[in-house]
Design a protein around this ligand. Structure first.
Ligand SMILES: [Zn+2]
Length: 376
């Protein structure tokens, strides 16, 4: 089967994150087994009761002990939703050297390339174990990969995390963190504000401190990134009930994207210090912080054999990604991780996403070479 035919089959299976991914996993299981890999699936029910499965397919090792994998090729099986008006979303269409379809770019092209690549190698001859890892729910917070990182069914030394990077190896990425912050006050008639305490004024004081924290964060720089520092955003705020009521509450969402070398909770610690400081001036200052998400940044050294191999094979110097990936989960499993794959992230998540045919073919060659380099 050609890599285009495989991609056609993968795109035809609707694997939007809101659905179960069992159908695409069944297909991948059959393909891996017929190529001689041993497979194990890790299944659970998501919040809406849909079955979600991570699949691990091994060559050169078995599952008896937690295997030590030399090279893991990691692709997520889910896609973002598609506009119903895009009637060809599930039927791969070629035009002018581009293959269009939902997931064609993000990240089914990489998965198709891994299946084609393993067919170019004599897996009987592997000296070091290879794994193909197909995950669930990447698009809604890398949830599948995080489950694997917690369950630790294997250890890995090198991982290529498939994402559309136009075949540029990406060896670093910012973290992604979210917190819901809620300031309490006390309601009163606005003619008598001394009888209450405004949650909105309290939020304003804290937000002014957070803006100062954002300024201080600019001093810690990693020049590989644009911008080269941890960024902070307050994207949502709400509070109060009426114009003439002193607000009993104000809530806002704090988001930050941390550079490598800074722990994900660094910003949260600075915010907590600001809260302690504000409490000194207002003993009634009540602030609840719900840290909803803390995805670590990642950085694999420029001297890593995997970085050097992918730079040489692709002809591209390594760079840094601005979007969240499964790389930190692979690092938690022991791996040096690089994000790499065909297609351009700027066309992903859009109606008419596509992968260039030539990049798809080059991926098959490069992934095949990676298997030979690390596993033979
Ligand atoms: Zn993706």
């Amino acid at each position: 089967m050609t890599v285009e035919e495989t991609l056609t089959r993968l795109v035809a299976i609707d694997s939007v994150s809101s659905r179960s991914n069992s159908e695409i996993i069944s297909y991948l299981t059959a393909r891996c087994e017929s190529a001689g890999l041993k497979v194990k699936s890790f299944s659970h029910q998501d919040e809406s009761g849909s079955e979600k499965i991570n699949l691990v397919a091994l060559a050169g090792a078995d599952f008896s002990d937690p295997p030590q994998i030399e090279l893991a090729l990691v692709g997520h099986t889910d896609t973002v939703p598609y506009d119903p008006a895009w009637t060809d979303a599930l039927s791969l269409t070629e035009r002018e050297g581009k293959l269009f379809g939902r997931g064609a770019c993000d990240t089914k092209a990489f998965i198709a390339a891994t299946l084609a690549a393993i067919e170019t190698v004599d897996l009987e001859k592997l000296k070091h174990p290879l794994a193909l890892i197909f995950t669930a729910d990447e698009e809604i917070g890398c949830l599948g990969a995080k489950r694997l990182a917690e369950a630790k069914p294997f250890r890995a030394r090198h991982a290529i995390v498939g994402e559309p990077t136009s075949l540029q190896p990406m060896r670093a990425g910012k973290g992604y963190c979210l917190a819901e912050i809620r300031l309490r006050g006390r309601e009163a008639h606005s003619a008598y504000p001394q009888l209450g305490a405004s949650g909105i004024f309290r939020a304003a004081r804290l937000i002014e401190r957070i803006e100062r924290i954002a300024e201080r964060l600019k001093d810690d720089r990693r020049e590989a990134f644009d911008p080269p520092y941890t960024t902070v955003n307050i994207g949502l705020i709400s509070g109060g009930t009426a114009k003439n009521i002193v607000a009993a509450e104000c809530r806002f969402t704090l988001e930050w994207r941390s550079i490598p070398g800074q722990k994900a909770d660094h910003v949260l610690n600075l915010v907590n210090e600001a809260v302690v400081d504000l409490l000194k001036q207002d003993s009634d200052f009540v602030c609840e912080i719900d840290a909803a998400r803390a995805d670590e940044s990642f950085e694999t050294s420029a001297g890593s054999p995997l970085v050097k191999f992918l730079e040489a094979a692709s002809g591209e110097a390594s760079g840094a990604v601005a979007f969240g990936t499964e790389a930190p989960s692979m690092i938690a499993l022991g791996a040096e991780a690089v994000v790499f794959g065909p297609g351009d992230i700027r066309v992903a998540h859009r109606t008419g996403e596509f992968v260039p045919v030539d990049q798809l073919h080059r991926s098959v060659i490069i992934l095949g070479q990676a298997i030979e380099q690390f596993c033979l």
